[in-house]
Design a binder for this molecule. Structure first.
Ligand code: AMP
Length: 471
């Protein structure tokens, strides 16, 4: 199957080819023809599957015909965070370069005045986080009754962040005769109910979860003691043919301390976590992108929006507290057809957490035994018995040669698409108890509005995408 078989216009096919793609991913192949036929869609797919283009591409062709009207966006894409909203905007910029479409971003952290001005001139595509959209709607600055296409992206994450009541309100303001596309990595009952209520005869498309079915990622768990973690990590970084790695820790303090300790051990390591301001985070990401650092120690929230190609390894220095995070973390490697390796450190205290991960992914993660076996000695007896035989692991000769190649000279990372801000919008009334696992509190709205927005940057009110100039 090629993009040319999906019914997209020639101009659009050209921009897809220019972006370097000729073969659609599974979600794109299944969703694009149906969206073009104006069907409602439920897409069960995660980031990393190419789902963004699966709605952006057909939307561009659908919106190519029709007129913009002041204050009445023609389509609306709801995203849970600013960074995801920005990534969608970048997709519109990339694929919409041969079309005359105007787009606006309505996200926290930027001046509302500029966003209102953009809306006044009329937009074809409005990409918004629910909180900011509700604010403007309640002030009468936006009308949703001209919006005939709605995308609800990352619906399960919207649920986590307490946005479902807002989404219900927004849905009820849109014309009932509209097309609705809903994407979610999982389908908890609340999301199912939302879909039943607001979608009409939807086509359901489910694509493989990266964690369970992405055979590009070789997953391992490593039994360690808390005290043995650093040495175990250093050993793997030195011996497992690491070119670039993201290391996840559950707490910001661990992120900071670990990055420092790796630097002291001679690794070119950087850090990214919620306590860093936007500029510092950007700078660190740029260094990772440029290959100045090869190891990035990260917290979950800080790394959520990362779309990095060429990451060879993900290390879960701490077993994630929530199994969904495991899926998101390891999905930072093995992207877009590349192969990757993911190691999860498991202490005795992590027994329940790792069991939850294995339940969610539907697979028992093979145990990896470190050379020297100190850390492995901590494995529970039952686990020791089920360890993969040596032949299933890297051959010894290969390992020996790997040992000489510590990842100090970083291989450059091809691509980083990331927002400058972690940017989970301040959640309104939670639909269910917020998860306590986050390593950083969500910033309150007044903090978000103080974040800088430079003209021309994608997180500005109306970036220079799709011919939207300084509105
Ligand atoms: P997404 O799931 O939308 O976050 O996309 C994940 C990554 O896949 C992004 O870096 C996209 O640029 C990339 N991508 C999107 N479509 C394709 C495709 N057809 N072939 C290869 N990579 C793609």
């Amino acid at each position: 199957m090629k993009f040319a078989d999906l019914g997209l216009s020639d101009e659009l096919l050209q921009s897809v080819l220019d972006a370097g793609y000729d073969t659609p991913t599974a979600i794109q192949a299944q969703a694009i023809p149906s969206v073009l036929m104006m069907r409602d869609i439920i897409g069960i797919a995660q980031t990393g599957t190419g789902k963004t283009a699966s709605f952006v591409l057909p939307m561009i062709d659908i919106l190519a015909h029709g007129r913009r009207r002041a204050l009445m966006p023609r389509s609306l894409i709801l995203e849970p965070t600013r960074e995801l909203a920005a990534q969608v905007a970048e997709n519109f910029e990339k694929y919409g370069k041969n079309h005359d479409l105007k787009m606006a971003l309505l996200i926290g952290g930027v001046q509302m005045g500029d966003q209102v001005k953009a809306l006044q001139d009329g937009v074809d595509v409005l990409i918004a986080t629910p909180g900011r959209l509700m604010d403007l709607f309640e002030r009468g600055k936006i009308m949703l009754n001209g919006c005939s296409l709605l995308v609800i992206d990352e619906a399960d994450r919207m649920l986590d962040m307490g946005f479902i009541p807002d989404i219900e309100t927004i849905c009820s303001k849109l014309p009932p005769q509209r097309q609705t596309l809903l994407f979610s990595a999982t389908m908890p009952p609340v999301i199912k109910k939302l879909a039943d209520k607001f979608l009409s005869n939807p086509k359901s498309i489910e694509v493989a979860r990266p964690a369970s079915n992405n055979t590009n990622i070789a997953q391992h768990k490593v039994h360690v003691t808390t005290r043995g973690k650093r040495e175990a990590l250093r050993q793997l970084l030195r011996t497992d043919n690491v070119s670039t790695a993201i290391i996840f820790a559950n707490r910001k303090t661990t992120v900071r301390e670990l990055a420092k300790s790796l630097q002291q051990s001679g690794f070119s390591a950087g850090e990214i976590h919620g306590d860093m301001d936007q500029n510092a985070r950007n700078a660190e990401l740029q260094k990772f992108k440029d290959g100045v650092i090869s190891v990035l120690v990260a917290s979950d929230v800080a790394a959520r929006g990362l779309d990095v190609k060429g990451v060879s390894h993900v290390f879960n220095y701490d077993t994630p507290w929530h199994p969904d995070d495991y899926v998101h973390r390891i999905g930072r490697t093995g992207r877009a057809g590349a192969s990757g390796r993911a190691f999860t450190f498991v202490t005795d205290e992590d027994a329940e957490a790792i069991a939850n991960v294995e339940k969610l992914t539907g697979m028992k993660i093979p145990v990896f035994t470190l050379d020297g076996g100190d850390a492995a000695a901590e494995a529970p007896a039952a686990e020791k018995r089920e360890r993969a035989p040596r032949t299933e692991r890297a051959p010894r000769a290969e390992k020996a040669s790997r040992r000489e190649r510590a990842p100090k000279a970083a291989a450059p990372v091809d691509e980083i698409e990331v927002s400058p801000e972690v940017a989970e919008e301040a959640a309104p009334v939670p639909a269910r108890a917020p998860r306590a696992r986050r390593d950083e509190p969500r910033p309150p709205k007044d903090v978000l509005t103080e974040l800088p927005s430079k003209p021309g940057e994608w997180n500005g009110p109306v970036p220079g995408f799709l011919g939207v100039s300084a509105l």
